[in-house]
Design a protein around this ligand. Sequence first.
Ligand code: NDP
Length: 328
Amino acid sequence: MVRIYREKEADLSLIKDRVVAVIGYGNQGRSQALNMRDSGLKVIVGSVKDESWDRAEKDEFEVVSISQAAEKANIVFVLLPDEVAPEIFNKDIYPHLKEKDVLVLASGYNIYYGYLRVPEFVDLVLLAPRMIGKAVRDLYVSGKGAPSLIGVGQDFSGKAKQIVLALAKGIGSTKIGAIESSFEEETKADLFGEQVRGACLVFMRRLAFEILVEAGCSPEVAVLELYASGEDVETLRAAAEQGLWAQLKLHSQTSQYGQLTRGPRIANEQIKEIFRKMMQDIETGAFAKEWTLEQQSGKSVLGRLWSLGLNHPLIEAENRVFKLLGER
Ligand code: NDP
């Protein structure tokens, strides 16, 4: 069974004299930096001169260039977008790493696929919150904390596990739970999870929209029924808090019967085979290779898919619904 670490298993005093550099002050960087400072750690921010730099200064952090931050710190959080992290790491961070420094990543992607290689004289750890950055901060402030996956990729100091646990405490994760994982597991779960969510949230609903309209429903009613009412937010919250099956009890028996007899017609062996193929593409690196090529060729496929999506009649209907409902 998976191991979960809580407050008493993590010791902040282990890192209280070290300097933590947060490289990248975006979704995760800002929240994690604020949380660690509030936990009593000495945190500086490394950034390029842009809005992120200004925001970190406004939040009263010492802000320096990325290379200066890597030079000054003993613990370096690389909280840059995964697509740009390897290049910036090789240019501005790697040359400044010292023996027994600790490198912290919030995603397994670049390590699992070998896009980012670290020297053998540092610790390499994973601290990956399972929440968007805003929630990492809000949950810390409310005293609950956001859960994180933790892992050790390289243990030069012999203390990498205790250090990542202390850092997990610093960002608030051990309040709810720091879950033992690895760079490999985080990558597979993260990529597969987001791809499946995209299929269900966007594409299955768009098909359902087309069928409702074919059946004579107005596009506005279809959009409201399928997502704009916000009913699913409550259903998902119930699933997260009470269980996937238990949330069914919140629906009428007519609804339960319809869901339980019709659901398996979609979620069948053929779909499972498609899911299996998606996972194979993740495990073999085919997806990552495809995405790297897409970035190198100017993200033309991504741009085309965005305009196709935005040209679907669902978007016009959705805009009308938002107008009708006003500010919510
Ligand atoms: P963001 O997209 O918010 O960007 C982080 C920072 O990187 C910003 O300050 C941005 O500055 C800076 N940045 C972007 N491009 C460059 C560049 N070319 N050179 C220098 N700085 C740059 O990233 P996230 O916080 O979303 O992600 C950080 C890490 O956390 C990733 O590994 C991600 O996988 C992981 N993660 C993210 C989650 C999320 O909720 N977003 C959840 C869990 C993990 P600016 O935009 O001002 O240029």
